[in-house]
Ligand binder design. Structure first.
Ligand code: MG
Length: 443
């Protein structure tokens, strides 16, 4: 179904459209287009200088156009005269190969050619901070174990309720909200959906949460580890694969090989196991995308937090319903990848899951031995499971070495991503820190 955006504007009283795209660093960029101009923009797209965003372009490149995908349009619940619409980046009539939404669309097509349709849900944890971002917004939120804190969640009821009400209005099927495991941290869950729809919703959720927080005088952050010593912002992904997209999906092919009840270990079908095998095989490399910032590596491989657990993995292991591993199989027909964090690009996160999973299906990858142990307490007993990268540079090197994953994600994407991320690492590495003075001044 193609939505005519000009008609949508007339029906809903929209005055402006934000034609939005997401760059390689996860930055969301938009032009505000008056409704009077939307019909032309729907055809031709809104023009951008690609060099001005993180897309590895030059100032000499021609205009990049973000062509709105009308199926993604959302009227802003907090500013109803404005609508947001995700754009697909195009240059000189061709899709921009490294633009994240295009990278994901290619993965979805590749999976569909094999009759596989990935559905995912994401758990985008966030903190509410003061506007300066230097402390949590609620000075009374100090419990050692603040998870599910009923008093603290109600002190931020105005923010949480407003966001949840909007998700209800948008028909996302939100079903629970809580105070998370760090002081100042929250999580809000909505229903899983097709990978592209989840990526669009995930992008919009970040935009909406930041906007509502600002309205209430706070600052929302999805930064992986915004407060030293406290649990970080994860972005766990729940993954299943179906026989058809959208409403047409009838059979969860992760749950069953024969169209009957769940089969296989922990209720994961052969295909499900191979898909998981691909994630396990490529884990160290895909961390460059699921955990894309310098700060990401303060969340994984972290020492014990004030609450007693980091809830983040440090080793490439999987298990049943146990939250101390990188992958948890909580029930038949799906698994949870607990690696990704709040800095993960919503489109690249989904794309790399599909790319790694499909590679596992092709090679009939084995996810390896399952460890049903408490990894935080007994992880030292595991022999031979790879450690996750210790920092962003290790992750980038692991990605660069993984020729299969690089090619599956697309050579143009992979080289643009690696180039910009290596520049970012170089910038970090040349930064002088207090730690160096504290530890080296008197050497
Ligand atoms: Mg959580």
């Amino acid at each position: 179904m193609t939505t005519d955006l000009a008609a949508f504007a007339r029906d809903k009283g929209i005055k402006y459209f934000m034609i939005s795209f997401t760059d390689l660093f996860g930055g969301q960029r938009a032009k505000l287009v008056p409704s009077q101009a939307i019909a032309g923009m729907q055809e031709d797209g809104a023009g951008f200088a690609g060099f001005a965003a993180w897309l590895d372009m030059t100032p000499a490149d021609p205009d990049m156009l973000a062509v709105p995908d009308p199926s993604s349009v959302i009227q802003l619940p907090w500013e109803p005269e404005v609508a947001w619409v995700a754009g697909n980046c195009v240059m000189e009539g061709e899709d921009v190969a490294q633009a994240p939404r295009n990278v994901l669309r290619r993965q979805i097509e590749a999976a569909a050619e094999e009759g596989l349709h990935v559905k995912t849900g994401v758990e985008a944890e966030f903190f509410l901070l003061t506007p300066e971002g230097d402390q949590i917004s609620d000075p009374f939120d100090t419990a050692e174990k603040p998870c599910y804190d009923q008093q603290a969640v109600m002190r931020r009821y105005d923010v949480v309720r407003e966001i949840c009400d909007y998700m209800l209005e948008l028909g996302w099927g939100p079903y629970q909200n809580d105070h998370e495991d760090a002081n100042g941290q929250f999580e809000m869950n909505w229903e899983f959906d097709d990978a592209l729809r989840t990526a669009d919703k995930h992008s919009f959720f970040k935009f909406m949460t930041k906007s509502v927080a600002e309205k209430h005088g706070f600052r929302a952050t999805f930064m992986p580890k915004p407060v030293e010593g406290l649990t970080g912002n994860g972005c766990h992904a729940h993954i299943s694969v179906w026989d058809a997209p959208g409403e047409a999906a009838k059979t969860n092919v992760f749950a069953t090989d024969k169209g009957e009840g769940p089969t296989g270990e922990l209720g994961l079908s052969e295909k499900g196991k191979h898909f998981l095998g691909g994630i396990m095989k490529h884990a160290s490399a895909l961390a460059a995308i699921t955990n894309p910032t310098v700060n990401s590596y303060k969340r994984i491989n972290a020492p014990r937090t004030v609450s007693g657990a980091s809830w983040a993995p440090n080793t490439v292991t999987w298990t049943g319903n146990n939250r101390t591993h990188m992958v948890r199989v909580p029930g038949p027909g799906r698994f949870e990848l607990r690696l990704a964090d709040g800095a993960a690009n919503p489109y690249l996160l989904q794309a790399v899951i599909i790319a790694a999973g499909l590679s596992g299906v092709h090679s009939k990858a084995d996810p390896g031995k399952r460890y049903d142990i408490d990894m935080y307490a007994e992880g030292y007993k595991v022999r031979g499971a790879p450690q996750l990268p210790l920092n962003m540079l290790d992750a980038l090197r692991a990605y660069d070495k993984d020729k299969e994953l690089k090619a599956a994600m697309g050579d143009a994407f992979s080289s643009a991503f690696l180039k910009l991320k290596h520049q970012e690492w170089a910038s970090f590495a040349s930064h002088f820190s207090q730690w160096e003075k504290d530890n080296t001044l008197d050497i």
